[in-house]
Design a protein around this ligand. Sequence first.
Ligand code: IDP
Ligand code: MG
Length: 132
Amino acid sequence: MELTLCLIKPDAVRRDLTGSVLYMIEKAGLKVMAMKMIRLDKRLAEGFYHVHSERPFFGELTEYMASGPIVAVVLAGDNAIKRYRDLMGATDPAQAAEGTIRKVFALSKQENSVHGSDAPETAAFETAYFFS
Ligand code: IDP
Ligand code: MG
């Protein structure tokens, strides 16, 4: 049993896709263990994405993540980190496989509807960032 962090990002919450995203996640057999809707400020968004602080899109990314409410969700399951990453699809929706969340819902490489932890270390940091 493994835990991972999902964020339903501002573009998806704004378009009333929270339930649709959760439906895909639950249908894939991942279990929702904890969930809350929050509004990040710029500083919280920067802390969450600190690994990307040197990337050229960091300013834009953190502005976008603070642009409206998000839903933070802890998911559990066997091999949950990889299974949820596979379900999300590629960062750029143009590259995402059919049937993935980003293929179905994402607007652009930045406004790509969902986040998912990419390794056990990031999953531990990211779940603790939002849940005690
Ligand atoms: P991931 O979310 O698929 O793990 P990362 O490379 O970790 O992708 O990037 C984090 C987030 O930063 C992406 O989900 C996306 O919102 C944004 N992002 C990544 N690359 C770009 C880019 O080239 N332009 C604009 N935003 C980007
Ligand atoms: Mg990432």
